[in-house]
Design a binder for this molecule. Structure first.
Ligand code: FES
Length: 159
């Protein structure tokens, strides 16, 4: 099933395309709206936008992949960022990441099949004093050891 099968959402996208077609920055604005509508912009949405705006797919794809704000894959309800900055790395963030990978059976950049969690490795999160640090959406967890991970994930699994 494609996200484009949602007729009401597709209608909203059609309106956005009609409003932006032929204007400067149309691709960027349309992608932003498409992401608001579908929560990510997979290939079929990009193709639809390219056709609607009468631009090439590579133009749409170029913008979608250049800006990190665009998610090409569906994202989980909770984004787990594991800091791989120097301070965290020295304090064992690789082991924290490995534990999360094993607990959720995903690699960085991937989302669990139930769309609950997306795992990411990140640069310094600005909380080096708490190294090693992870963030789950807006929540910060610091001074972690791998055995802390199952308990932390359990809270979000239960939500
Ligand atoms: S290096 Fe991890 S918070 Fe700064």
């Amino acid at each position: 099933m494609s996200v484009l099968d949602h007729k009401d959402k597709l209608q909203k996208l059609d309106e956005v395309i009609a409003a932006n077609k032929g204007t400067r920055g149309a691709v960027m604005r349309t992608l932003q709206s498409a992401q608001d509508i579908f929560e990510h912009v997979p290939k079929d949405v990009q193709m639809y936008i390219a056709k609607g705006l009468d631009v090439t797919l590579s133009e749409v794809y170029g913008v979608a992949t250049f800006y990190s704000q665009f998610a090409l894959e569906p994202r989980g309800e909770y984004i787990i960022g594991v800091c791989m900055g120097t301070a965290c790395y020295v304090k064992g963030s690789a082991l924290i990441l490995e534990r999360i990978e094993n607990e959720l059976d995903v690699l960085p950049g991937q989302t669990t099949p139930d769309l609950k969690f997306t795992l990411k490795d990140t640069r310094c999160l600005g909380a080096c004093g708490l190294a090693p640090v992870i963030m789950i959406n807006e929540d910060v967890y610091g001074r972690l050891v791998p055995d802390d991970i199952p308990g932390i994930l359990a809270k979000y699994k239960a939500m």
